[in-house]
Design a protein around this ligand. Sequence first.
Ligand code: XIL
Length: 301
Amino acid sequence: ATTLGSAASAKGKYFGTAAAAYKFSDSVYTRILDSEFTMVTPENEMKWDATEPSQNSFSYAGADTIVNRAKANGQRVRGHALAWHQQQPGWTSSLSGSALRNAMVNHITNVATHYKGQLYAWDVVNEAFSDNGDGSRRNSNLQQTGNDWIEVAFRTARAADPGVKLCYNDYNTDGVNAKSTAIYTMVKDFLARGVPIDCVGFQSHINSASPLPSDYQANLQRFADLGVEVQITELDIAGSGTAQANSYASVVKACLAITKCTGITVWGIRDSDSWRSGDTPLLFDNSGNPKAAYTAVINAF
Ligand code: XIL
């Protein structure tokens, strides 16, 4: 039977989902996970708080569970996320300056080395730009260690795993706006200066089923034209019925139209699995039945 993954594969793209290790005892969840998807992103298990709960003491059990299940199923894995202002372990809050910078570098080196050769891509830096409309950096503890923290993160990841694709990942970057343009400028600068970056992730947490920003495809295309891969990394679209289905189809068509758009990942399986379940933003209902949006995705491929 056609699945999300097989429909995407027929066009040379992957179709992924976020997955949570604690749900692997749920047979409805694992049936859909194993049959429909060709890429998996650990929803929380690779974040800093999960992988380094005490400083320089690493914990990979949850993430390894997901990576090993994916491998056994022939699925690839996107790593998420090495450096982010959220979901940091408590101990980082007492660090700043070079101590925090060194802790970040040590974290990236350890985690990227543990998964060396096993992942398709890493979200090296997540959500580093602000939403205030002026294209500035978010004022986080990592930003306060110096403006070069992002390029240091990318160089550190590359040194640890030369083969994995290194991505910058963010939200509210769906259309051409101050935030996406600031990221565009950073990527262009990185490429010009030889800072290693291979891909840009567009989370695509869409707040209303319609319309999708009319320049969604054009925005992704301008990044692809720089020479980086673009990936839709955390797709979910609030809404229901035809409006939601049409928006999902538009996202698929945008990716299909861009050679360097390599795939789409939805941020969970059933609506009840979503971090914003009240928005019913996913492709399967709470019982695991495919929604209209599911059929629209299959047909759009
Ligand atoms: C979310 C997870 O889905 C939740 O389970 C968790 O409680 C909070 O984080 N942007 C990201 C993701 O990059 O890591 C976030 O995931 C959603 C927003």
